[in-house]
Design a protein around this ligand. Structure first.
Ligand code: HSE
Length: 412
């Protein structure tokens, strides 16, 4: 028998306990041992729970209990999760977490502690919810030089965008619905402003390319400024808007890494990833393109990934499993202003022909996108693939046009 503790009995933590209890027999069979939940850490008490006697509000009951070999962290955020996880590892306990903020900020340090002590630190649920992505990336695709990863990594924003695109639903109502369904982060700006997707692309990029990418190194934009007009123009061009996290290896060894709403062609494999689903595209030299698809958020899908990690750790007590990368460094992620790509620019201007010509003189031939009943002072152009800083310079030089929106076009 293996004794475990669960820290944090919120949406994910309670889902983990539910799955462990519901599927106890098959899980024991797969793990080769019975898994006993010895402690559950939460500030609240749950007298109705069949495990009411296991609850504690004192972390010391877990870290000082020599019987507990595996600790599951589903508290979320950095405080107190970072301190708790570090202390558990230092006390010789393997850890499973769903906490992407923790892994994105401190993964290199925690992996090193686990490595030194022959423990495991697993976090499959931190990216893509229930979608198996970290193990496949690390193990099944190990033969490849992975050169690009891009994905729809946040279920809440994908749900909101899907409602805007398909039902013309206002942003606020779609967000409220996502929150009610338990998809959103406690602080909705983590979803809407792209921070959650940023943490996930950091984890993917760290694992795929072997060196830690920290969230502050990644240029991040959210979906908070998108309007139904943006949706309409994207559709006229032949695409849909998705919040994309993307990491690419450059020939100079540095990475391009960015999170932003982007227009995808309807032909893209990611264009049909809707609602709370996530889709992650991995490009490798031997395999070509592979897409991972599934529920990226929600209680039981996320618990599914956490419990699979618990089973793996039970099977590997005293043996290192996998997952590792080196600390990052300044300059490893290149400045996004040097990234090249096409952009859809929407501008308000009196003389649309003159502004169109000026932009083409600076950036090269652009195609114009027109929607029905657009006001005469509206200009939407798709630029050729150019570095972002050239677009900045072109826009700064226009004195008679106001930028309404700027959306990257992703060739995914
Ligand atoms: N808020 C996150 C999302 C939860 O919507 O994707 C899963 O990480």
């Amino acid at each position: 028998m293996v004794q475990i503790a669960v820290m944090g009995y919120g949406v994910v933590g309670s889902g983990v306990v539910e799955v462990l209890m519901k599927n106890a027999n098959s899980i024991s069979h797969k793990a080769g041992k019975r898994i006993e939940i010895r402690r559950i850490l939460d500030l609240r008490s749950f007298p109705e729970s069949p495990l009411a006697d296991r609850f504690t509000d004192n972390f010391e009951d877990i870290v000082n209990d020599p019987e507990i070999q595996i600790v599951v962290e589903t508290i979320g955020g950095l405080k107190p999760a970072y301190d708790f996880v570090k202390r558990c590892l230092l006390a010789g306990k393997s850890v499973v977490t769903s906490n992407k903020e923790l892994v994105a900020a401190k993964g290199d340090e925690l992996l090193a502690i686990a490595r030194e002590r022959n423990l495991n630190f697993l976090f499959e649920a931190s990216v893509g919810g229930g979608i198996p992505i970290l193990r496949p990336l690390d193990q099944c695709l190990a033969a490849n030089e992975v050169y690009e990863i891009a994905g729809i990594l946040n279920g809440t924003t994908n749900f909101v965008l899907t409602k805007m695109i398909r039902e013309g639903l206002p942003f606020d109502r779609a967000l409220e619905l996502a929150q009610r369904l338990g998809y959103a982060e406690r602080n909705p700006s983590d979803d809407i402003d792209g921070h959650d997707a940023c943490r996930k692309i950091c984890i993917l990029a760290s694992l795929a390319f072997g060196k830690h990418v920290y969230p502050e190194q990644v240029h991040t934009e959210g979906i908070g400024l998108l309007t139904l007009d943006d949706v309409k123009y994207a559709s006229e061009w032949g695409g849909v808007i998705k919040l994309i996290g993307r990491a690419r290896k450059r020939e100079d060894g540095r990475l391009e890494c960015i999170v932003a709403p982007m227009i995808l062609s309807r032909e893209s494999q990611l264009a049909e990833v809707n609602d709370v689903f996530n889709g992650i595209l991995v490009r490798g030299d031997a395999i070509g393109d592979v897409v991972f698809y599934g529920q990226g958020a929600g209680k039981l899908p996320t618990a599914s990934a956490v419990v699979a990690d618990i089973i793996d750790e039970v099977k590997h007590i005293g043996a290192r499993k996998f997952l590792s990368w080196e600390p990052g460094e300044n300059g490893y992620v290149a400045d996004y202003r040097g990234y090249s790509g096409s952009v859809m620019l929407r501008l308000k201007c009196k003389d649309v022909q003159a502004v169109h010509r000026s932009i083409e003189n600076m950036l090269g031939a652009c195609s114009r996108v027109c929607v029905a009943q657009a006001p005469p002072d509206e200009l939407a152009l798709v630029t050729p693939a150019v570095e972002e800083r050239l677009i900045d310079e072109a826009l700064a030089s226009l004195s008679d046009a106001a930028l309404v929106s700027r959306l990257r076009i992703a060739n995914l």
